[in-house]
Design a protein around this ligand. Structure first.
Ligand SMILES: *Cc1c(COP(=O)(O)O)cnc(C)c1O
Length: 376
């Protein structure tokens, strides 16, 4: 929460929930990453918040961009990033999209199997590829599970295949799970990475780069370690596993770059009880899973919520969105403590919502428009 955001909201006249994102905070976050890891290139994960002003700011600060589609590549280019600062980091790409990325100048691609390597060899000849290895996501609040990456023991074969097909077998990547609150989780992945480096060196292939992925957290209800703590722990792990041959590294922060820069203002639409003896009230907001708060899925991300009555007595509430879908409940298994004095019409501020909100918002389920966003 910043004074600039509060000031903006005081003067806002339009109706409906909105996100307000303070670019000053994004700038501070970028500079903190750059300072903590001076030898590591930053590839901002565009999907976290692709607002043109965010991308332009980061492009101007020297950031590179991790993209997952041709549209994201075009967004990064439009923001002023040259193609050599863009990686196509999705391991699941249509061959014609690879060709379009190549035509736009992109030469860095993620793979996690031989079939994807073959597509890149055909559609983006001579490019650099890095192989993503599986990470179990333990310790992360939003684990990325098994969808991306291959078992570490498969990676040498994938990269050797790339080498054989004339690609530049450039390195490895992993993602320790989003909102990863334990910096030690990079250690296991780096151990596996170093073993793959050695294995390929024996086959005459010299890898150069380790992509440390995203996972850097933003502050929600629980405290998280500082970026500098992550940096120290990761550098220690690099030294432990790579000794004097520390490879080139990159990071791909998404949430950690923009999460704490945004605040959503929402309104209480209804407060009710379902039966006389109910202990828990239902509080319905004008924002829910379908217009910005998708990350409350399985109650994984618990946002801090400020109300005009903070400090007053609270009671547990079931918090729900406005739409006519019964899955549009934000917190029920673990009810959310809100002031007893909260009223219908009260405005609430949902903090830490700069990442993974606007683009997760549906185009108009039940007629509720996509989340409005103001970048200041
Ligand atoms: C989403 C994503 C990121 C960003 O992850 P955060 O946890 O938000 O930092 C980084 N890299 C890749 C490949 C991703 O898909």
């Amino acid at each position: 929460m910043t004074d600039r955001i509060l000031e903006f909201l005081r003067n806002r006249r339009e109706d409906g929930p909105c996100l307000v994102l303070d670019l000053e905070v994004v700038r501070e976050n970028y500079l903190a990453f750059a300072k903590a890891l001076p030898d590591t290139r930053v590839f901002y994960a565009v999907k976290a918040n692709p607002d043109p002003r965010v991308l332009e700011l980061l492009a101007g600060l020297g950031s590179c961009f991790d993209t997952a589609s041709v549209v994201e590549i075009e967004q990064a280019l439009a923001a002023g990033a040259s193609a050599d600062r863009i990686s196509y980091g999705n391991t699941i790409k249509k061959e014609r999209d690879i060709a379009r990325a190549y035509a736009l100048g992109v030469r860095l691609f993620a793979v996690d199997c031989e079939a994807e390597v073959e597509k890149i060899a055909r559609a983006a000849p001579g490019s650099r590829v890095f192989c993503r290895i599986l990470c179990d996501g333990a310790g992360a609040e939003w684990p990325l599970s098994r969808k991306f990456g291959c078992a570490p023991e498969l990676a040498p074969r994938v990269l050797e295949h790339a080498h054989r097909l004339g690609l530049d077998a450039f390195g490895l990547s992993f993602h320790v799970g989003s909102q990863q609150r334990d910096p030690r989780m990079w250690d296991g992945a780096l151990k596996a990475a170093a073993a793959i480096f050695r294995d390929l060196a024996e086959r005459g292939i010299t890898l150069q780069m380790v992509n440390l992925g995203g996972g850097f957290p933003t502050r929600y209800l629980k405290q998280v370690p500082a970026v500098s703590t992550y940096a120290q722990t990761i550098l220690q792990a690099l030294r432990k596993h790579f000794g004097n041959h520390i490879p080139e590294t990159i990071i791909e922060p998404g949430r950690g770059m923009v999460g704490n820069a945004g605040v959503i203002e929402a309104e209480v639409v209804l407060i009710s009880k379902k039966a006389d003896g109910d202990k828990v009230r239902w509080v319905y907001l004008d924002i829910g899973k379908f217009n910005g708060l998708a990350e409350t899925m399985d109650e994984m991300i618990r946002y801090p919520i400020r109300t005009p009555y903070d400090g007053a007595a609270t009671e547990p509430c079931i918090l729900a969105g406005p739409s006519c879908d019964s899955v549009d409940v934000l917190y029920e298994k673990q009810p959310y403590d809100l002031p007893v004095s909260l009223e219908i019409g009260s405005k609430v501020l949902i903090e830490g919502t700069g990442a993974y909100t606007t683009t997760y918002s549906s185009v108009g389920f039940n007629g509720f428009p996509p989340l409005k966003s103001y970048v200041i």
